[in-house]
Design a binder for this molecule. Structure first.
Ligand SMILES: NC(=O)c1ccc[n+]([C@@H]2O[C@H](COP(=O)([O-])OP(=O)(O)OC[C@H]3O[C@@H](n4cnc5c(N)ncnc54)[C@H](O)[C@@H]3O)[C@@H](O)[C@H]2O)c1
Length: 236
């Protein structure tokens, strides 16, 4: 279990007010890490540091204030589930801004600090939608998560000389505020389960466990990969 020990480490989790981000912050904290919980929703609780990941100046300021950073979990993400004909330019831009550009801005800010202090680990939230055209049209989200998969590889190579590992997890459908429209639609949920060979969907804690693995010393020789936590969705 020492391989999963995070005592003395500082971890930043974006989008930590709820869902997968909150579960991840709680789990990394339980392994001994000091956690900075960032979220655009600054009202979500006393432990939240307000920060919009798309605001470059705000991101740079927060990361500079945090000092030594060992782990970054790029979890903040949004979806606008509209097809190619319906999505507006503004909606498209916002999804790309949060899921792709925001993730890049936070990675760069963290890596600036990590390279001064001997290295670190970055874990990105991709999605099965980064590998798949999906079960219904969701093009902005799918484009942004495909970009996360390849940005994970690109940054892993660029940052390797600084001993900074960069990996991602790719969850299938997990019950959170983000997926309420999916879990509350019996027809869509039935389709999801038809694409779930294990017959059970992960909970937020299952995603957090994979993130802990990739962030921990247990994964010290793993970089540039995206680990599906998908109950078999992508195996078909
Ligand atoms: N839930 C799923 O089924 C699922 C599947 C695959 C991938 N993911 C990814 O996991 C991540 C977390 O998803 P979730 O389901 O927990 O979502 P969620 O909506 O429950 O939580 C997302 C959090 O991110 C915050 N956030 C949104 N925009 C932000 C911004 N600009 N700056 C800072 N914080 C911001 C929100 O305020 C919220 O607290 C996302 O990247 C999502 O795409 C989720």
């Amino acid at each position: 279990m020492e391989m999963f020990d995070l005592k003395g480490k500082t971890a930043v989790v974006t989008g930590a007010a709820r869902g997968i981000g909150k579960a991840t912050a709680d789990l990394l904290g339980s392994r001994g890490a000091t956690i900075a919980r960032l979220d655009v929703d600054g009202e979500a609780g006393e432990s939240i540091l307000p920060c919009d990941v798309t605001d470059e100046h705000a991101v740079d300021k927060v990361f500079a204030q945090l000092g030594k950073i060992d782990i970054l979990v790029n979890n903040a993400g949004i979806a606008v589930r509209k097809n190619a004909f319906e999505i507006t330019r503004e909606e498209w831009d916002r999804v790309i801004a949060v899921n792709q550009t925001g993730l890049f801005l936070c990675s760069r800010a963290a890596a600036r600090s990590m390279k001064q202090t001997g290295g670190g680990a970055i874990v990105n939230l991709a999605s099965i939608m980064g590998f798949s055209g999906g079960l219904f049209p969701n093009p902005a989200y799918q484009a942004s998560k495909g970009a996360v998969v390849n940005l994970t590889r690109a940054l892993a190579l660029e940052f390797a000389e600084h001993n900074i590992r960069v990996n991602a997890v790719a969850p299938t459908f997990v019950r959170t505020d983000l997926t309420t429209p999916i879990f509350s639609n019996p027809e869509v949920l039935k389709k999801v389960m038809q694409h779930t060979p294990l017959g059970v969907l992960p909970e937020v804690e299952d995603i957090a466990a994979a993130i802990l693995f990739l962030a921990s010393p247990a994964a010290r020789c793993i970089t540039g990969v995206t680990l599906p936590v998908d109950s078999g969705y992508l195996a078909r």
